[in-house]
Design a binder for this molecule. Structure first.
Ligand SMILES: [Zn+2]
Ligand SMILES: [Zn+2]
Length: 308
């Protein structure tokens, strides 16, 4: 037995971290590839084990090529499998020639098409950088924000809450994590609800102090909301205000609520780091639906609670 074998087998048996499948999959792949491989091929080896991605393509296969090919009598179903019609009548050389045609067709398609053939998967995600995608999934705690299924069970993708073709932005507050089932259901839905939302965001009311805040007291600016210090005698009062002039908090759109939630989260994290005796927060908002009562710009009040 070589020293190197003992070293490697000891690592595999006793020392390798098994917090995920990555290490054994990568080492198995390298061992099967003559000891060396590139990152793309290692990624493909990992992909084989990612059942969430495989399920995604299973769903597509059932929906699209299977049905079309069966309808044209090119393939047929045998129990749970697909089979080329009349495959047994083909010579081995004929099979090889057909494989050649498939390869040529694929090559031709990929050369002709400027955009990637996987663009349809990006339809919902635009050109969202990987780091933003990661943050969207992290904010969603790696669960679909519609049905709640975990990323371990179904692949999640960032989705534009207001579609890009309706003027929705690539801003993180306009993104949510959806599983592919919820995402495709959403795509099929009529999205006329989203018309002119970007225009509505810019609604302001003359003379409203929240519409034009005092820059000196604004803590954090975001595109759809901001945080600001409350009135003087109480230093522990912070307001979080949507930029749009709206009286009813319940009329806010999800991207605005996302922005407000993000501001709440960052404010509480920062306050806890800065000031020692903070024991908690009280968050309130006014929501009057009756005309004549509290007709002011909707906002959240955040009060810092202390022990003393
Ligand atoms: Zn879902
Ligand atoms: Zn206002």
């Amino acid at each position: 037995m070589s020293d190197q074998f003992e070293f490697l087998s000891d690592f595999l048996t006793n020392r390798m971290s098994m917090s995920h499948i990555y290490q054994p999959v990568m080492l198995k792949h390298l061992l099967e590839s003559g000891g060396q491989s590139n990152v793309t091929d290692i990624a493909k080896a990992i992909l084989v084990h990612d059942h969430t991605q495989i399920e995604y393509y299973e769903a597509i296969t059932k929906r699209y090529p299977s049905r079309v090919l069966q309808a044209r009598k090119i393939t047929e179903r045998v129990k749970n499998e697909c089979r080329i019609a009349g495959f047994d009548d083909l010579e081995e050389s004929e099979v090889a020639a057909l494989i050649q045609i498939c390869s040529a067709k694929l090559k031709e398609y990929l050369q002709r098409k400027k955009s990637s053939p996987w663009q349809h998967r990006k339809k919902s995600s635009g050109n969202i950088p990987g780091s933003v995608k990661f943050e969207v999934l992290k904010n969603a705690r790696h669960r679909c924000q519609l049905c709640g299924i975990s990323a371990d069970q179904k692949a999640l993708e960032p989705d534009h809450i207001i579609p890009r073709e309706r003027g929705g932005s690539d801003d993180i507050t306009n993104l949510q994590a959806l599983c592919y089932s919820c995402n495709s259901m959403k795509r099929d839905r009529d999205d006329t609800d989203f018309r002119n939302i970007e225009e509505e965001y810019s609604a302001r009311k003359d003379g409203c102090p929240f519409c034009v805040p005092d820059d000196g007291t604004v803590l954090k600016q975001e595109r759809l909301a901001y945080s600001i210090l409350g009135d003087e005698p109480n230093p522990d009062h912070i307001l979080i205000v949507p930029r749009r002039h709206i009286e009813n908090y319940f009329g806010l759109y999800q991207p605005e609520l996302n922005t407000i939630q993000r501001l709440l989260n960052t404010t509480q994290t920062e306050l806890k780091q800065l000031e020692e005796p903070v024991v908690g927060f009280e968050v309130t908002f006014q929501a009057s639906t009756t005309k004549g009562e509290s007709q002011e710009h909707a906002h959240l009040n955040m009060f810092v609670k202390r022990n003393s």
